[in-house]
Design a protein around this ligand. Structure first.
Ligand SMILES: NC(=O)c1ccc[n+]([C@@H]2O[C@H](COP(=O)([O-])OP(=O)(O)OC[C@H]3O[C@@H](n4cnc5c(N)ncnc54)[C@H](OP(=O)(O)O)[C@@H]3O)[C@@H](O)[C@H]2O)c1
Length: 265
């Protein structure tokens, strides 16, 4: 479950969002993605409250730090604040939110230290493209990178040209964000033929979009702030596509032939 923009509304909305995350956890979803950036800590605090009734070791909590918090001292301060808001004493996965002008060798060393101390179980990156991953793999312990989190949906398929394959080879998990093109599908055009296909299959457009991402064999972190939306998204787990439907989707939303620059929000 994604959490961007959670915890930023009214008191009623906050309660609804806590209930939504708890509903998801009760339905067997185990991974929650958050970041120190989201609502300047508000999303992490909300997650911290939502997970209280659950057994911590059954959950996978992912958070992210700003690139400008990557030096040894600031990273410790950032992590401590995230852990406090999340009411936990470790993160399952800690990600560099985006590359910016960071010194990867220094970051890896700092993250490996936090891992040795048990404060994080794994570390990874986000918004990394092929060149960044290759650079990472060339520095000491860079191959310890557990995951890269990038934008990936039916309308944004650039990662298919080479990044997905590189990550598979290197056993770096791929976490797909914004499967619906983010809020109001701002970054994904919902074409009439897509609506038609969903109607024919007896599913919603959101269910179709999510099922398509999941069928690529990657992790995915859709965000929903109501039980209604989350319940609808869970139906994606039962959706499959015929070869004919996949060809139609490939025609409607073709994957780029040549490498394109990475889309990000
Ligand atoms: N690493 C990064 O740089 C990065 C960047 C962006 C996002 N992320 C992560 O990825 C997560 C997902 O991405 P996202 O939040 O950008 O966008 P998203 O998951 O593609 O879309 C979220 C939007 O879809 C709506 N929605 C969800 N289920 C729906 C349904 N069944 N019917 C109708 N609308 C539905 C949500 O509305 P409601 O809220 O009203 O349910 C929300 O407006 C984020 O929350 C965040 O954790 C990471």
């Amino acid at each position: 479950m994604g959490t961007w923009r959670l915890g930023e509304g009214s008191k009623e909305k906050y309660q609804q969002e806590v209930a939504t995350l708890r509903y998801g956890l009760n339905q067997g979803i185990t991974l929650i993605d958050t970041a120190e950036m989201y609502g300047q800590g508000a999303a992490e605090s909300l997650v911290g409250e939502a997970i209280q009734p659950f057994v911590r070791t059954n959950l996978t909590i992912v958070s992210k730090f700003y690139p400008w918090h990557a030096n040894a001292q600031k990273l410790r301060t950032s992590l401590a604040a995230s852990l406090k808001r999340l009411q936990t004493d470790y993160l399952d996965l800690y990600l560099l939110h985006w590359r910016q002008d960071t010194n990867l060798a220094e970051i890896v060393k700092n993250l490996e230290n936090l891992k040795q101390e048990g404060l994080i179980h794994q570390w990874g990156v986000s918004n990394f493209d092929v060149a960044d991953i290759k650079e990472l793999l060339n520095i000491p312990d860079g191959n310890q990178c557990f995951a890269n989190e990038d934008l990936y949906n039916l309308g944004s398929r650039g990662v298919e040209t080479s990044l997905l394959e590189l990550q598979r080879q290197q056993k770096i998990r791929f976490i797909a964000y914004s499967p619906f093109g983010s809020e109001n599908s701002r970054y994904l055009e919902i074409k009439p033929q897509l609506r038609q296909m969903a109607r024919k299959k007896g599913i919603t457009v959101h269910s179709l979009l999510l099922a398509w991402v999941l069928q690529q064999g990657v992790y995915c972190i859709p965000k929903a702030s109501s039980i209604k939306h989350l319940a609808e998204n869970l139906t994606a787990l039962d959706v499959s596509f015929s070869d004919d439907e996949l060809s139609q989707l490939n025609m409607l939303y073709p994957r780029p032939i040549n490498k394109v620059s990475l889309d990000m929000i």
